[in-house]
Design a protein around this ligand. Structure first.
Ligand code: C2E
Ligand code: MG
Ligand code: MG
Ligand code: MG
Length: 291
């Protein structure tokens, strides 16, 4: 048994799961190759200022289309990267790609900051702050226009350990955001102890905001409390005009969702930025029902 553990430290054999076990092993091996050979690509999803409708930032979302197995969701392969000890290589690769892509779209006239997702295990990687500083050495904006999104549950895994890395990241001047807020078990009072500047309300509370009074209550009071604590608020998962108008009404600072824009390839950002600017009237008109 020890020998088997030694051969594959990242997987645990479970009877009757041969097939998914093999799939995982294959994905783990092929992910290694994909990181080395540019087999992954990045998509970027706009985040808009709720008052001006301006594109202020894009969130980097990693994509993997496996040569035989097709699209693999980032949730699946990021989990496998964590289990197999490849997460730091993957995060480093993504940071590099984002820095390169941002340089390109800046040259093409797009003025957007970036948001990058970190995995829970990245918070226990001592070299991360230095790696970010190196990768974004020639970043063309102030460092606060680089946002690092860390999920609420990652922060709560080991808040003390996370704190050390968060403080060092904060020293770089980047913005720290609590992703998927509302899905973990933390309270705003626990978050208050962390050096974060932004709170990102999980899409599960936003997707049906147009029709669910309970979600409306939760989102509205979360925005108020976060503002009371001096945090900016972002909502993800905005899929219709009414949700966007409610969030604007309640003073949510930034919005992201399919209604505003789907994630797009880096090369399509200039065109996406123009399309959003052309929709500015529609995206900033007050909601007559609520004003
Ligand atoms: P997340 O950071 O919460 O990212 C937001 C997810 O919501 C993205 O899914 C995005 O496509 C999706 N989304 C945005 N707007 C809407 C909407 O209006 N409706 C719906 N139904 N969905 C919307 P995606 O790209 O599949 O990413 C899923 C998760 O995978 C991310 O959640 C993040 O936790 C992780 N992930 C993605 N890229 C990276 C990465 O580069 N590094 C790390 N560590 N994790 C990543
Ligand atoms: Mg995110
Ligand atoms: Mg999120
Ligand atoms: Mg999410």
């Amino acid at each position: 048994e020890q020998a088997e553990n030694h051969a594959a430290p990242f997987t645990r054999y479970q009877p009757g799961q041969d097939e998914s076990h093999l799939r995982e092993l294959k994905l783990i091996t092929d992910l290694h190759t994909a990181i080395l050979n540019n087999g992954l690509h990045m998509n970027y999803q706009p985040k808009l200022d709720s008052r001006t409708g301006e594109l202020v930032q894009v969130e980097a979302l990693v994509r993997w289309v496996h040569p035989e197995l097709g699209f693999i969701s980032p949730e699946e392969f990021i989990f496998l990267a964590e289990q197999s000890g490849q997460i730091h290589d993957l995060t480093a690769h993504i940071l590099q790609r984002v820095a390169d892509d941002a340089r390109q779209w800046h040259r093409r006239g797009v003025d957007a900051g970036v948001a990058i997702n970190l995995s829970a295990m990245d918070l226990t990687w001592p070299a991360l702050p230095r790696y970010i500083a190196d990768t974004f050495r020639d970043w063309h904006h102030s460092m606060e226009r680089i946002t690092l999104e860390v999920t609420e549950s990652a922060l709560m895994d080991d808040p003390e350990e996370a704190m050390a890395t968060l403080n060092r990241l904060r020293d770089l001047g980047v913005t720290l955001s609590v992703d998927d807020f509302g899905t973990g078990y933390s309270s705003l009072s626990q978050l208050r102890m962390l050096p974060v500047q932004e709170l990102k309300i999980d899409k599960s509370f936003v997707l049906k905001l147009d029709s669910e009074p309970q979600d409306q209550l939760i989102v509205r009071s979360t925005i108020d409390m976060a503002h009371g604590l001096g945090l900016k608020v972002v909502a993800e998962g905005i899929e219709n005009l009414k949700a966007w108008q409610l969030l604007q009404q309640w003073g949510c600072n930034l919005g992201q969702g399919f209604y505003l824009s789907r994630p797009v390839a880096a090369g399509a950002l200039p065109e996406t930025a123009r399309a959003l600017a052309a929709r500015n009237q529609e995206l900033t008109q007050p909601n007559p029902e609520y004003s």
